[in-house]
Design a protein around this ligand. Structure first.
Ligand code: UDP
Length: 471
């Protein structure tokens, strides 16, 4: 078989590009060539995280912002001022199909397969026209894949949006209300994500066998080939990879590490709400005061988009907030080196919006969590952390962000107090982190699944060759 060449096509969003770039490292370490389709601005962000000894290339394609009605520079979901522009964003992604077709035609060596993340199902047409297999890289857990399917079958029988109902036929007691589910597009409503035209050849999931064995098995029964290959964040070994993963960090590496080194083991709360959440100024204030009142040391990340209006800076300055918490509270405006921070021994709690990447990074680092889901499948991740794994406490939100009221500072304070005093959860979280490392290391379950996946790609290409010879 000729040189294996994996062509990766992620949705242009941090929660897709970051884990796919991590997974590219696993493949490249096995000697494969990996090409990742990206855009000029995204390429600038991701280039520094690539290890030059690995054969991973970023291929930037012009991103048609203007053609799709997006402001210039909106090449990543996290660059949108508001998620109201998501429809235009997905349209821009769809416009990449023709240039991608051209690109694949000239790519050398020819790609052995396409790996795309979910939400860009049109990549199946590309795979079909080049007669190469397509695999989906899922950016959610098997728990979410399975439970969301079960829930979709019973939703019509639920009387109201706030009524709690159990997920049927699973081995854990997990309850949802409709208010906690991602908006389900109806026939007439505006789904901007196209349905899958045909099932992919196989599914890769950023999870690991030991974390959710029952749900992994259930996903296999539903989908056929499913390989758990995570936690992919563990593919970052060097400090430089950890530090600029996904973006240049908005804090000096040395300062951040010295600050963390000066704190006691397991004492620091790390508060970060991912790459997309847009919190109101009122909510940001309550979080800050809640963290302050908790008495725990903390690192608090405020997204750049949230500081743009100047209101956050005004409040921080008027309050003298940073002066008051000096020595025990660190405010980062912009992008945090999240995996580096989480893996520092001083960090003992993670206040998270429960994006799947963040959740799994918390698991891989052995850090128990305070869960504050906002939208998309984040409530599934909260339930997995709290009800299935037993490694987190809820801050106490009942519904998705558009229906969430203001979360008061006392809830932030009390949930931090509750989590930081917990011993059993910490022990469970640490045991899961050891299992995650074992799964990812040579000979572990995720390592073996990468081998099985590569073998499947080889087999699929051989089958295609035989088919073509017969034709
Ligand atoms: N992230 C980071 N620094 C930040 C914010 C986010 O490194 O300041 C990373 C985080 O480690 C994760 C990804 O961005 O890998 C966010 O993905 P997730 O699925 O958690 O949430 P989303 O951003 O999609 O809401």
């Amino acid at each position: 078989m000729a040189q294996l060449h994996f062509l990766m096509i992620p949705l242009m969003s941090q929660s897709h590009i970051i884990p796919l770039t991590d997974f590219a490292k696993s493949l490249a370490r096995r000697g494969a060539l990996v090409s990742i389709v990206t855009t000029p601005l995204n390429a600038k962000r991701y280039n520094p995280t690539l290890d030059s000894s690995l054969r991973i290339q970023l291929i930037p394609l012009h991103f048609p912002c203007r053609e799709a009605g997006l402001p210039n520079g909106c090449e990543n979901l996290d660059a949108l001022d508001s998620l109201d522009l998501a429809r235009q964003f997905f349209h821009a992604c769809r416009l990449l199909k023709a240039p991608l077709h051209d690109l694949i035609r000239h790519l050398h060596p020819a790609p052995s397969c396409i790996i795309s993340t979910s939400a860009i199902s049109w990549t199946q047409d590309l795979a079909d026209s080049f007669r190469i297999p397509r695999y989906v890289f899922e950016t959610v857990s098997c728990f979410t894949l399975h439970c969301s399917k079960k829930i979709s079958q019973l939703l019509d029988s639920v009387a109201s949006d706030s009524e709690l109902f159990p997920v049927p036929q699973i081995p854990h007691t997990v309850e949802f209300s409709r208010n906690q589910l991602p908006r389900i597009p109806t026939k007439d409503s505006d789904s901007f994500i196209d349905p899958e035209p045909a099932p992919p050849r196989g599914t890769l999931v950023n999870t690991f066998q030991e974390l959710e064995p029952w749900y992994l098995q259930a996903s296999r029964e539903e989908r056929g080939s499913v390989w758990s290959v995570g936690p992919v964040s563990l593919s970052n070994r060097e400090a430089s990879e950890l530090f600029s993963r996904g973006n240049e960090a908005s804090i000096d590496e040395h300062y951040c590490l010295t600050w963390l080194d000066s704190m006691e083991r397991n004492s620091v709360v790390y508060a970060c709400f991912g790459s997309l959440c847009a919190l109101s100024i009122e909510q940001i204030i309550e979080i800050g005061l809640g963290l302050e009142e908790s008495g725990s040391p903390f690192i608090w990340i405020i997204r750049k988009q949230e500081t743009n209006s100047g209101q956050v800076e005004e409040w921080l300055a008027a309050e003298g907030f940073e002066e008051r918490v000096r020595g025990r509270g660190l405010v980062v405006r912009g992008w945090a080196p999240q995996v580096m921070i989480l893996s520092h021994p001083s960090v003992g709690g993670f206040l998270t919006h429960c994006g799947w990447n963040s959740t799994l990074e918390g698991v891989a680092a052995g850090v128990p969590m305070i869960t504050w889901p906002m939208f998309a499948e984040q409530f599934y991740n909260e339930k997995m952390v709290v009800d299935v794994l037993g490694i987190g406490v809820r801050v106490g939100v009942e519904s998705c962000a558009d229906k969430q009221g203001l979360m008061r500072r006392d809830r932030v304070r009390s949930s931090v107090g509750k989590l930081m005093g917990e011993r059993e959860m910490r022990e469970k979280a640490e045991a899961l982190a050891r299992a995650a490392t074992d799964a990812f290391e040579d000979g572990g379950s995720s390592f073996l699944n990468v081998t099985l996946f590569i073998q499947d790609v080889v087999r699929a290409n051989a089958e295609m060759a035989v088919y073509e010879m017969r034709e």
